[in-house]
Design a protein around this ligand. Structure first.
Ligand code: NDP
Ligand code: MG
Length: 374
């Protein structure tokens, strides 16, 4: 029996993780959770589960919740996230959105808690620090992102020195069939309509801009510690092959599955074992799998991510923060779709890169570049 705590339990990944726990009561129990502002969804969760600790974003709701659920402890704000991260459990699933996940992730690592990592922004913002801290504490970071779960599974039992390249697949997002010119007039509603995956709003926009794939390249670099030139991306519109590894003897191993994040979440919880799950890929879906080379001109954000990796230092931190700001603006209807990448590019260009930054430098740049600077 493993106790699972969740940062971001009301989100898309959080909800699917709760499904996994609910479907396997003999294997998993829920520990502590954090949510943001979705109190209605929290109340639904509390009809099925009894976490011992719940963190909410706003202090104002704590009093009512405490009187309605006297047997549960409530906490709030950034300290609440740290409280959840430091409460004892076997695995902490980081399914919160954005770089706000960084401090709680480090806290859990210091507590020697295994991390099931969905919150990729944490590795983009501060991958060197997070991975170093995990190594020092002998803590495993198990990927939940479908591509990295795929790579992790393909690499199981393999010698990383024998890897020729990692090939990360990309569905192409909502606008994969549009030219750059056609992107000028796309709407928020169009952008939120992902062809294959149902996900939170921010990552759905990141998929449409291809920033998400850029984040995933950086995430792979930190998780698997390979030179950047060994991390490739390819367009694969079916999202059936979640990613693949080519070895030095020209063998390739791929991981396939349907577009159901619960498979990757469950594997992160059960690794190195597997548990039965009842949603198989139909073989008929394999009749036609398409692949297209990535186009760095069409998908400029992916190029920015490779640039940030090559530059090292704080450039990826700034890219992530600028993107969080710009996507927030787009979701509020303040800017157009193409302005997202304009803002990210402009903020990356204005930044004087700092090599080997400490955590304080990263947190301060994150706050600065996430704000409404002009
Ligand atoms: P959602 O937007 O659906 O959920 C985000 C969660 O974080 C919610 O529980 C939300 O709370 C909470 N949250 C957001 N901001 C704050 C805050 N300031 N303080 C406290 N809690 C906060 O996101 P997803 O589930 O889609 O994604 C979560 C992470 O997983 C992201 O990093 C994403 O990139 C990654 N990921 C997601 C995948 C997917 O399929 N969805 C696939 C691979 C990776 P509330 O809603 O209550 O306000
Ligand atoms: Mg992914």
């Amino acid at each position: 029996m493993k106790t699972i705590s969740i940062l971001g339990a009301t989100g898309s990944i959080g909800t699917q993780a709760l499904d996994v726990i609910k479907n396997n009561p003999e294997h998993f129990r829920l520990g502590a959770i954090s949510i943001g502002r979705n109190i209605n969804r929290l109340r639904e969760i509390l009809t099925d589960f009894t976490p011992h600790l719940v963190s909410v974003q706003d202090e104002s709701v704590v009093k009512d919740l405490t009187s309605d659920y006297p047997h549960i402890e409530f906490t709030y704000g950034e300290q609440g996230l740290l409280d959840v991260a430091s409460s004892s459990c076997d695995i902490l699933l980081t399914a919160i959105m954005g770089s706000i996940g960084l401090k709680p992730t480090l806290k859990a690592i210091d507590n020697k808690t295994t991390i099931a990592l969905a919150n990729k922004e944490t590795l983009v913002a501060a991958g060197d620090i997070v991975m170093r801290r995990a190594k020092e504490n002998n803590v495993s970071i198990i990927p939940v992102d479908s591509e990295h779960s795929a790579l992790f599974q393909c690499l199981k039992g393999e010698n990383i020195k024998e890897v020729e390249q990692l090939i990360i697949t990309a569905s192409g997002g909502s606008f994969r069939d549009l030219t750059r010119e056609e992107l000028t007039h796309v709407t928020l509603k169009d952008a939120l309509n992902h062809p294959n995956w149902s996900m939170g709003q921010k990552i759905t926009i990141d998929s449409a801009t291809m920033m998400n794939k850029g984040f995933e390249v950086i995430e792979a670099k930190h998780l698997f510690d390979l030179p950047t030139e060994k991390i490739q991306t390819v367009l694969h519109k079916e999202s059936i092959i979640h990613s693949m590894v080519e070895f030095i003897d020209n063998s390739m191993i791929a991981q396939l599955g349907n577009s159901d994040m619960r498979t990757a979440i469950q594997y992160a919880f059960t690794h190195p074992e597997r548990l039965h799950k009842n949603n198989p890929l139909k073989l008929s879906e394999l009749h036609q799998l398409n692949f297209k080379p990535m186009d760095f001109h069409r998908f400029k954000m992916l190029k920015f991510a490779y640039d940030a990796l090559e530059a090292g230092g704080t450039l990826a931190t700034v890219m992530n923060a600028a993107n969080e700001f710009a996507v927030g603006q787009f979701l509020q209807g303040q800017i157009s779709f193409l302005e997202i990448e304009e803002i990210v590019e402009r903020r990356m260009m204005m930044h004087d890169n700092i090599q080997n930054p400490d955590l304080e430098t990263i947190l301060s740049l994150d706050a600065q570049y996430k704000s409404n600077m002009r």
